[in-house]
Ligand binder design. Structure first.
Ligand code: ADP
Length: 194
């Protein structure tokens, strides 16, 4: 299996790139943010709980997020691989993901991190807020809070996978197709045995 973590700050372009890569590599896309938003829309219990954290720019608690992720993976027993987008966001989530994959006889192939500077991120997210209706993209203070949460709580995930020699950094600035080809090159390098 090809199990990819698409990593990067809010607004780095993970969702856009994931949707292109799943077609190219025949993978299942699991975006925790999308699942939370679908639950909010459907007014489920999970949605109500998640909304209070998301609107404040905070992370949804690990216990809830990990349980949800595991059930999504189990819904796809025949998958050739996964792109995890927006997960793991904490070291505890990384450990839970590794443990689950180990049980399946699998592992993470690579963590690809998209690098985009803070000013560009704020610009992109405010732009998305105008068109997407995402409430967490409308307020600059919430956006800054999310970037801070990323820096403090989520970047340790990168170090966690660096220690396993699985971290590859990708320049996230440029045309969409250009970035897709940078990501594809990195994926193809992992597929070729050394
Ligand atoms: P972005 O990457 O643009 O912040 P996402 O759609 O990935 O957007 O996530 C939106 C929000 O959903 C996050 O700000 C967070 O509150 C919540 N969320 C998504 N994934 C996770 C996760 N793995 N752990 C905790 N909270 C999460």
């Amino acid at each position: 299996m090809l199990n990819i973590i698409l990593f990067g700050p809010p607004g780095a372009g993970k969702g856009t790139q994931a949707s292109l890569l799943i077609t190219k590599y025949n993978l299942v896309h699991i975006s925790t943010g999308d699942i939370f938003r679908a639950n909010i829309k459907g007014a489920t219990e999970l949605g109500t709980l998640a909304k209070s954290f998301i609107d404040a720019g905070q992370l949804v608690p690990d216990e809830v997020t990990i349980k949800m992720l595991e059930s999504e993976v189990k819904k796809n027993p025949n998958a050739e691989g996964f792109i995890f987008d927006g997960f793991p966001r904490t070291v505890a989530q990384s450990e839970a993901l590794d443990a689950m994959l180990t049980k399946m006889g699998e592992s993470i192939t690579v963590l690809l991190s998209l690098n985009v500077d803070r000013d560009e991120l704020i610009k992109r997210l405010l732009g998305r807020g105008e068109s997407s209706g995402r409430s967490d993209d409308k307020d600059e203070n919430i956006i800054k809070k999310r970037i801070d949460v990323y820096t403090n709580e989520t970047t340790p995930v990168m170090n966690y996978y660096s220690k396993q020699n699985k971290h590859v950094a990708i320049n996230g600035i440029g045309e969409v197709e250009e970035i897709t080809s940078r990501l594809s090159n990195a994926i193809d390098n992992c597929k070729t045995p050394l």
